[in-house]
Design a protein. Structure first.
Length: 330
């Protein structure tokens, strides 16, 4: 080779050397082959692939990721969960503002689509920035089914993350309320937030479960698609369309609702008379918006639906398809 055996070399066609194994006709292109040593014998390592992972490989990655998540210590897990709750809440702030601005100027479907694209900020921050989201962590069930995570570890993760998400989302709702962002646009942002919260608090129990199932099927499909990614752009693109779809369709996400409904409750309780005058409404117009209705009509049934949609319909289905006979089986 001409180099000391203790070194690792990198040859390219631009340096005038074509390594053994280079594709024919590539002599004038940048083609690199890493040369490494194993037991004193040079071996060639192909350049890394930029192709997305295939579903069987994604299933293996899901199991590995699930195991790592389940093994996090409680403090780290809770802190990451608080971040995720705040991230989703920021996406909800963005979505509410966009929907308020679009209302009356474009059709209902287009306005919902724009709101959905804006809301996807939340899951992009979770997936790319790194945080622990209860709804996405429903996919840990794949590692549990593969016997890499115990039932106790699975439930521990879900409980800690759920509480952390609640803390982050409600804290963000409080911060946005004290910032008086609801008064922007002559109160139209606040009115949109109130309308959204009142609608969510008035759902029927079984309706909320069904909407929760549909929502987290899409959210977990977004996370599942992100397991195929090799770059940040891949992750972002994987997330945007499924998340936009569930928002546009009006499905219910338990963690997002930890922002939407408490924020509406704060506005209902604390907004000054000048706000109600500006939106030509009153507190009495939002009779369904109570803490009891939030918990009984929304948060509890939506959470149940989210678990069914994410853990069973997505995590369970892909485990059954790819992993029931062993890791990566097809």
């Amino acid at each position: 080779m001409g180099e000391p055996l203790s070194q690792v070399g990198l040859k390219t066609a631009d340096q005038g050397t074509v390594m053994d194994g280079a594709p024919p006709g590539r002599g004038n292109l940048r083609y690199a082959v890493a040369v490494s040593l194993r037991d004193g014998v040079p071996t060639k390592t192909p350049p890394p692939s930029f192709d997305a992972l295939l579903p069987a490989e994604m299933a293996n990655r899901a199991v590995d990721v699930g195991q790592r998540k389940a093994e996090l210590d409680a403090i780290t897990l809770f802190a990451l969960a608080v971040l995720a709750g705040a991230f989703v809440a920021l996406g909800a702030v963005f979505s509410t503002t966009v929907f308020a601005g679009a209302g009356g100027h474009v059709g209902f479907g287009i306005a919902r689509l724009l709101a959905g694209i804006a809301f996807s900020l939340g899951l992009v921050l979770v997936v790319v920035g790194g945080a622990e989201l209860f709804t996405g962590n429903n996919l840990i069930v794949m590692a549990w089914a593969a016997r890499r995570v115990s039932t106790a570890r699975l439930l521990r993760n879900w409980i800690i993350v759920y509480l952390g998400n609640f803390t982050g989302a409600v804290a963000t709702a409080g911060l946005v309320y004290f910032a008086e962002q609801y008064r922007f646009g002559d109160g139209v942002v606040g009115k949109t937030a109130l309308d959204t919260a009142n609608l969510k608090a008035g759902l029927g129990f079984w309706q909320a479960i069904a909407l929760g199932v549909l929502c987290n099927a899409l959210v977990c499909l977004a996370v599942w698609l992100s397991f195929s990614a090799r770059s940040t752009i891949d992750r972002v693109v994987s997330v945007v369309f499924p998340v936009s779809a569930f928002v546009a369709a009006g499905f219910e996400h338990s963690i997002a609702n930890m922002y939407f409904v408490p924020f509406g409750l704060l506005v209902k309780r604390g907004a000054p008379d000048s706000f109600w005058t500006s939106i030509q409404s009153s507190r009495g117009a939002y009779a369904d918006l109570t803490w009891r209705n939030f918990l009984v009509n929304n948060l509890i049934p939506v959470t149940i639906g989210n678990v069914i949609g994410g853990a069973v319909l997505v995590g369970g289905a892909y485990w059954l398809i790819y992993l029931r006979k062993g890791r990566g089986s097809v």
